[in-house]
Design a protein around this ligand. Structure first.
Ligand code: FDA
Length: 301
């Protein structure tokens, strides 16, 4: 738990984040980040597509405190949408509201997201609003509510560690939802703290949305959850077109291929860009064994 807190703390260090941007992918991050530019990302996406795997693309970006940075992030995401369309890639977009200026000004962020939603809508490309920490949760749902009046290509994430996830999943049952355990450190008045509680709630939410909701993206590397879902959909005769499994790029690669070849819809989350540091530190927080990646990189020079 202590190590987890250390890495979450490091992920929030703006100085280290800015420094890391200057040096390209380091510390083993290249195993879990699909390059620093769009050309590299599209190449990875096409390779995954060729193996029967669809992708959700995250143009990494955090610590956005200037409007100019948020505008740049928006323009980069528009370029990703154009590239997906041009290459006819089997891919959609994942984005973080903070990247589009949520911490600067809600209305400004909403307008950025509106422009992205409109462009993606033209091409029939889905946009997933990734969920960040608790302070950004409600404004992110508010933006989804607002833009859903105009566009139907939007969905979001339900984080199982939050107590309020039961209400949120019910409210958003007609949306395509990605269900995750939750990656940030949250206080005990709003979120479950133990792994047992989070895992239990996670399964409950997945089952609920599979039975009552629209499309379910089960985003986890936990084989126990995956095996449980396989059994559950069989028992309840839920067809494969109602759900997919999702994992992060570079994690459990064999299992990703196996699930796709077993006939399940599979979607890999493909992050790319210079702003890899916070993303990489959160992955180390989730699974300190990922430090092996760092160790290998440091000791195999
Ligand atoms: P967890 O870390 O709980 O591990 C459970 C068990 O699975 C481990 O004990 C081990 O046995 C096995 N395992 C896990 N990883 C393994 C590996 N690499 N190799 C071998 N065994 C492994 N969070 C968030 O807050 N907002 C978001 O928008 C998203 N989006 C998102 C998208 C996608 C596609 C994924 C996969 C995850 C997210 N997350 C997220 C992160 C999520 O909330 C969570 O922090 C991580 O997925 C870690 O939890 P897991 O369920 O993967 O397993």
């Amino acid at each position: 738990m202590v190590l987890k807190d250390v890495f979450i703390g490091l992920s929030q260090n703006q100085f280290l984040n800015n420094t890391a941007k200057k040096y390209g992918l380091k510390l083993g991050a290249q195993s879990v980040v699909a390059g620093t530019n769009l050309t590299e990302a599209i190449k990875s996406i096409k390779e995954l597509n060729a193996k029967g795997i669809s992708c959700t693309v995250d143009n990494l970006g955090e610590f956005v405190f200037e409007k100019s940075e948020a505008t740049e992030a928006k323009n980069q995401i528009l370029e990703v949408i154009e590239a997906i369309h041009e290459h006819q890639a089997d891919a959609h977009i994942s984005l973080k509201p903070s990247q589009l200026g949520l911490d600067i000004d809600y209305s400004f962020c909403l307008e950025n997201l509106r422009e992205i939603a409109a462009r993606a809508y033209q091409y029939g490309i889905f946009i997933n609003i990734d969920m960040e920490d608790y302070n950004r949760l409600q404004p992110s749902f508010d933006m989804l509510d607002e833009l859903s009046k105009e566009y139907d290509n939007l969905g979001t994430v339900i984080q199982a560690y939050f107590f309020r996830a039961d209400d949120d999943i019910e409210k958003y049952k007609n949306y395509r939802l990605r269900i995750v355990k939750g990656a940030y450190k949250e206080p005990e008045d709003v979120a479950f703290q133990t792994k047992e509680e989070i895992d239990k709630h996670y399964i409950q939410l997945i089952e609920w949305h599979l039975l009552n909701g629209k499309f379910t993206s089960i985003a986890t590397h936990d084989h126990r959850v995956i095996n449980h879902v396989k059994q559950f959909v069989k028992e309840h005769q839920i067809s494969n077109d109602k759900f997919e499994f999702q994992m992060l790029y570079g994690f459990r690669k064999e299992m990703q291929l196996d699930l796709a070849s077993e006939g399940y819809n599979f979607c890999t989350y493909v992050p790319f860009g210079h702003d890899w540091y916070g993303y990489f530190m959160r992955r180390l927080a989730e699974r300190p064994q990922n430090l092996n990646l760092v160790a290998k990189q440091v000791f195999t020079k």
